[in-house]
Design a protein. Structure first.
Lengths: 497, 497
């Protein structure tokens, strides 16, 4: 059976996971590097996956009462000075705008001209700009909660860029809210965490670990950072989304005050939360196989591709007409409350592999033989390439939602199995060290008493970090693997992207 | 009748059009200025209008075969040196990134650190970056046409900013295509012009003038620039969208070559085209009245607002329940192929004026009296504030699409009448000068032989520019108002934003 060993992507995952990742992106024409340090160009297939993520998350945010706004790209430098932890966290990676025109350099080239009075920074995140406006818009308890979101590009110079996972510029959403009390703000941060978790699990089909970040991994300026952590097929963790309870740090830095019902001036409590184009990288590394990308049906920009099989050019228009009529019929079907997204491949030649590599859930072949029998030949992306099922058109129309759902279920089951196989619990520091010395990756859980010192030690000794500490403490108490003290806090340790 | 003289916006349009414009934006909470020079913050109402524009245009672009991509925000400085006209056009307004971090200034503040080897410019437009990638992706005639679009922010320092109309950063779409021959590229540019024209006229209800730009108004680097020009209520022109036939200027600067069917290497022919958040400003100045914004039904983020009238607090939940049930019923109705967008005002107090000022097409009041009679009280935004029609709920459900369409028709008729009243033809230079010396604004048509000298003269003498030259030459030939020579070319002259 040499057939089963053939794969569209070289190298295979188990040969070189990192190279495999690059090859999947290239073969599916999702994105490529550019001459701008660390910045990528998102090509139609990669960008359309991001558009789907945007569309589905935007609906969820709006249903939760968040309104979209848009704030400036640039931040006056002095804004960043107002919150000390925040500037410490981002200063090293800020793109700084210092001039407002280009002038001739006298040698036929250009140079920056007209220095600005105050430099601007391209937003690495917008807590500062938004905080300043919140302070203006919020006066009374009646103005709270204030709940907004922004879809935008941000910039953090990246010295070791990787397409989608780490790029100097990336696209994201950043939500920002302000509340009258700490508990409500913390609940909001947790509600957004739950929103991300649900989206990751039910739409992107990525099993998650959610919890609070340890001190060493907290967002600069946050009082608590919550995160959604996803395991990639190489066993490394990807931080898929974060939600921050900012306490009163930004409200004090930007004077976000309101008058409460007792006529007292109070500082508001704020949150922020975001996910980015990094999720596209997470999809690739969760579901991709040695034939390329493999997309969950709800997120795939195209759910069904119809491939006309033309052996005799004189029959091309007959086959194409049949394919287009079939597409019209399929578009009338709904799956997951949306009309099914169908495309007819119009390019001549056998294009099957291009759609396998792009990860489209269902492929349907139609040729003269199928037309004669009012049939189609159906393949599902998660099954071996050569598995084809012959269906009548009537059967296809009836079964399509179930067929899509079968891909959904299969990808979810596969991802869960992968993760289960690489998740372990340890009861001592030795077990933890043994594990990460003999295993490249995996999620390792253990009880611990949070300690920044141990975090530094782990990073230095093993390049391992605390990914998150589950909020639900029902598994405890247990014994801290480092200190031997009793603790109700569980932590998950892993190497990460 | 003092009532009719009352207005929500001060000053009124005929008192100070420019101040009126600012007041409409402020009262409708659409946008405001920021501490970033020339950059605005788009608040939910302003941004949601832009989201509607995006959504509807994006559908049209995709139906025309354009695919969305995303290119980097930053452009290496040397890219701009490659097309001489292009850099001349944009160098004066480029934001230049020169450093890649912030460091302590030694006095508790910050300063730029780590100079970049080569500065970057924040994209003022992306022909250069995209041209460089096109040169890589295009090899054969089979790769053509290549048709793409990008939704993005761009930056051009603006010394005289005005919300939506002129901001240093603005949001836009920029389409870019490459073709095998000049005619196909020119036809593509014209097809996008027609797309913009249709969208402006049938959705935004802004009567347009379309045609080619004169030499003095051409896009830097274009061979031909086409534009859609719209008249604002003060009689000034607003350039609402442009579409450029770039010839081979960018393909030669960035080496975009393909091998033709005769195996010869040829330079491709390219186009670019865009509209921006400026369209939101155009909407305000086309349809707004002395009570604020007035939105065409197809573009309004909310088409029907239901206002609960509560005189007796004990009845609040009864009225609110009734309002929400009504909203559910209305959401099932379709107008212009979309489900009607309905909102229930949940804030206590009489909020009618806030929705008048936001320009929502239909307002429906429900209180205990209406509930008792199974009725509603309906107002249309384009009619006087106090005009109310009592309808049964059954009548409302039946009539709503027609009621929305009545607003649509009324706004279109009003805008056309405005423009007709301020459009004139002249037959000599004297008539043209007389007109613009005694009139602040208006569109003036006349035959002319295109001449850059006359363009400069007009700008200097009258601050008037050639807005566009209609492509349809069927009205000619006539006599050039400047040179007296026969010409088939008509031009429209105006003062502009």
């Amino acid at each position: 059976m040499t057939v089963s060993k053939r794969s569209a992507i070289s190298p295979k995952r188990d040969e070189d996971f990192s190279q495999w990742y690059q090859a999947v992106i290239e073969q599916a024409e999702m994105a490529e590097t550019s001459d701008v340090r660390g910045c990528m160009v998102m090509r139609p297939w990669g960008y359309s996956i991001w558009e789907r993520i945007q569309q589905l998350l935007d609906q969820r945010f709006k249903a939760m009462g968040h309104q979209n706004m848009y704030f400036p790209l640039l931040i006056p430098m002095h804004y960043l000075e107002k919150e000390a932890d925040h500037v410490d966290g981002f200063a090293k990676e800020c793109a700084v705008v210092t001039h407002r025109r280009l002038v001739s350099d006298g040698n036929g080239g250009l140079k920056p001209g007209s220095p600005l009075e105050e430099p601007y920074v391209i937003r690495p995140t917008s807590e500062t700009l938004i905080g300043q406006k919140f302070s203006k818009w919020i006066n009374s308890y009646r103005d709270l909660p204030l709940k907004m979101n922004q879809w935008a590009n941000v910039m953090r110079w990246e010295m070791r860029p990787r397409l989608f996972l780490r790029t100097s510029e990336f696209l994201w959403q950043e939500g920002h809210t302000a509340h009258a009390n700490a508990d409500e703000a913390d609940q909001q941060a947790l509600a957004m965490l739950a929103c991300y978790q649900d989206f990751c699990e039910t739409v992107l089909l990525m099993p998650t670990l959610v919890g609070e970040k340890s001190e060493g991994e907290r967002f600069p300026g946050a009082q608590k950072t919550y995160s959604v952590e996803v395991m990639m097929q190489d066993g490394k963790a990807l931080q898929a989304g974060t939600s921050h309870f900012l306490g009163q740090n930004f409200s004090k830095a930007f004077n976000i005050q309101y008058t409460d019902q007792q006529e007292q001036r109070q500082y508001a409590w704020t949150t922020s939360w975001g996910v980015s184009t990094r999720l596209v990288g997470g999809l690739i590394m969760t579901h991709g196989d040695d034939d390329g990308l493999c997309l969950p049906p709800q997120i795939s920009p195209i759910q069904v591709v119809i491939l006309p099989i033309v052996h005799d050019e004189s029959k091309r228009s007959t086959v194409m007409d049949y394919a287009r009529q079939l597409a019209d019929q399929l578009t009338g079907i709904h799956y997951a409350q949306e009309a099914v997204r169908v495309m007819v491949e119009a390019r001549p030649g056998q294009q099957t592999w291009s759609w396998v590599k792009k990860g489209v859930p269902i492929r349907i072949e139609v040729g003269m033989r199928e037309i004669a029998n009012d049939q189609v030949s159906l393949s599902s992306r998660h099954l071996p390439y050569r598995d084809k099922t012959t269906l009548t058109v009537a059967q296809l129309l009836q079964q399509l939602p179930d067929r899509l759902h079968a891909v959904h279920e299969a990808l979810w089951a596969r991802a869960q199995a992968w993760r289960a196989g690489k998740s372990h619990m340890v009861r001592s520091q030795d077990e933890l060290y043994d594990y990460f010395k003999s295993n490249e990756a995996g999620f390792v859980g253990g009880f611990w008493v949070p300690s920044l010192d141990y975090e530094h030690q782990l990073r230095e000794d093993l390049s391992v970090t605390v990914r998150c500490m589950p909020i639900d403490r029902s598994e405890g108490p247990g014994i801290c693997i480092f200190s031997g003290r009793e603790t109700s806090c569980l932590a998950y340790f892993a190497r990460s992207y």
